[in-house]
Design a protein around this ligand. Structure first.
Ligand code: BGP
Length: 465
């Protein structure tokens, strides 16, 4: 086998509670920011399809887990919805229906030899906590710690892999810069405070987890975007790329792995009056509570050049893009549906960066995938979607993961986004990512795509030719 992977490599997929579970009358779930936003502004959502229109994992989890097993999963990541488990953060009362549900999911996964990887925060701030500012309010860090502690106590006997956040930069970009998440503000200073509180919350959750000596490990899932300057010989381009890497990657990666914020980013925040409110004891806590395992979501790189046009808007609403320009590299390969660049070597560059600059911490690819619109167009006469483009996408990335392994990376697994086509934030069902198609009319009907059958073969052989 030309591309053989190590024994015990984690093969599976990732999803999240808010994108898959759905709500059922009487389930006790309270509203989160997505339920609320859809109620307020349905026109913001693709074809006005909201967060209750998911693939109904809440009702179908048994069948779905059977299908995961059928296509070769030995691991699966999802998240526990905060607003389901603790519908009223004021009284801290636990929703017993949610406990039953998550217990069933975990037990069902384990009895099918699928390792549960459980994430805590996947963009789903409970509405009552958003009402007091969400991540902007330091008190919410304590609310989060109660939620994290509750999860560890309830499920920590069986769940051995925990993650504190999925892509903590996204609520900052989405909620405080670009309008893809509620509260839809443009305020980088608020965004920086939110980022700081997310990092603090993560370190505190790690502290709580380690203090109880659970027989497992805890980490964070970051979307890392390798950042390339237009011209490596041009100092100004290189400088712009360094800043972008600092803002979007290192500001979370450094505290998570090294226990400290990158100095150049802190300096830049100071120069621009963007420093968050920081307590000295927090820095000590962040230093002492770093991750055991890193989840790496990789979709696309960032290509950057020095800012060529002057800033021409009110500086109170400063944006990262005021300090660099996107470099539109001629001839780059694109996923035309999602509008994201496809650059397979970026996954290798990211893993080698972790090896060389982050102590070669153990990591796994926690998301990678290709969103395609209207996949029915690729359906054959037997009703199977022939998604050869997805198979090629995965193979091309796995070749680079394999290369990183050859060169000493401690990457321990690969999770596709996602198993079943699922609902996605403002895009709803526009982009389909799954190994398994979900009938959008009848949400309980699933059909394995060609890539699902291929994945089974890959996992059986633990590699490919
Ligand atoms: C990641 C998120 C996922 C998922 C995925 C695909 O950033 O962790 O929640 O949504 O991207 O993105 P999209 O559905 O927007 O195409």
């Amino acid at each position: 086998m030309e591309y053989q992977f190590p024994k015990n490599f984690w093969w599976g997929s990732a999803a999240s509670g808010p994108q898959t579970e759905g709500t059922v009358s009487g389930d006790g779930k309270a509203q989160n920011i997505w339920d609320f936003w859809y109620q307020e502004k349905p026109e913001k959502f693709y074809q006005e399809v909201g967060p209750s229109e998911t693939s109904q994992f809440y009702l179908n989890y048994q069948e779905d887990i059977q299908m995961m097993k059928a296509i070769g999963h030995n691991s699966f990541r999802t998240s526990i919805q905060w607003s389901r488990l603790i519908p009223n953060p004021e009284t801290k009362k636990i929703n017993e229906e949610a406990v039953v549900f998550y217990n069933h999911v975990i037990d069902e996964l384990l009895s099918n030899d699928i390792e549960p990887f459980i994430n805590l925060y996947h963009f789903d701030m409970p509405l009552s906590l958003q009402a007091k500012g969400g991540w902007l309010n330091r008190e919410v860090v304590e609310d989060y710690i109660f939620y994290a502690k509750t999860c560890f106590e309830l499920f920590g006997d069986r769940v051995k892999k925990w993650f504190t956040h999925n892509e903590p930069i996204v609520p900052v970009e989405g909620g405080y810069l670009y309008g893809w998440h509620y509260p839809d503000e443009v305020n980088l200073k608020h965004g920086v405070q939110v980022a700081y509180h997310e990092t603090l919350a993560s370190a505190k959750a790690i502290e709580v987890y380690h203090a109880q000596h659970y027989a497992g490990e805890i980490g964070i899932v970051l979307n890392l975007t390798p950042t390339y300057p237009r011209d490596k010989q041009n100092k100004a381009d290189v400088e712009a790329a360094r800043l972008v890497d600092g803002l979007f990657n290192r500001s979370f990666l450094d505290p998570a792995v090294k226990g400290e914020f990158p100095r150049d980013v802190v300096q830049w925040l100071k120069e621009h009056g963007l420093m968050p409110k920081v307590y000295k004891e927090d820095l000590e806590l962040i230093r002492n509570n770093t991750i055991d395992l890193l989840g790496v979501n990789y979709y696309q790189p960032r290509r950057v050049k020095v800012k060529e046009t002057p800033i021409n808007h009110d500086l109170r609403f400063i944006m990262p893009e005021d300090f660099y320009d996107v470099y539109d590299m001629p001839g780059k390969k694109m996923n035309p549906y999602r509008g994201w660049e496809i650059y397979e070597k970026g996954i290798y560059d990211t893993l080698m960066n972790i090896k060389e600059n982050y102590g070669n911490i153990r990591c796994y690819i926690s998301e990678n995938g290709m969103g395609v619109e209207r996949e029915e167009q690729f359906m054959n006469a037997e009703g199977v979607i022939e998604d050869d483009y997805r198979i090629k996408f995965v193979i091309d990335h796995l070749k680079w993961v394999h290369q990183a392994l050859q060169e000493g990376s401690q990457v321990q697994g690969y999770h596709m986004w996602t198993c079943m086509d699922n609902w996605s934030w403002l895009n709803a069902y526009k982009n389909r990512y799954g190994f398994i198609a979900v009938d959008l009319e009848n949400k309980t009907k699933r059909t394995i795509k060609k890539s699902g059958y291929w994945f089974k073969e890959l996992t059986e052989k633990n590699g490919f030719m």
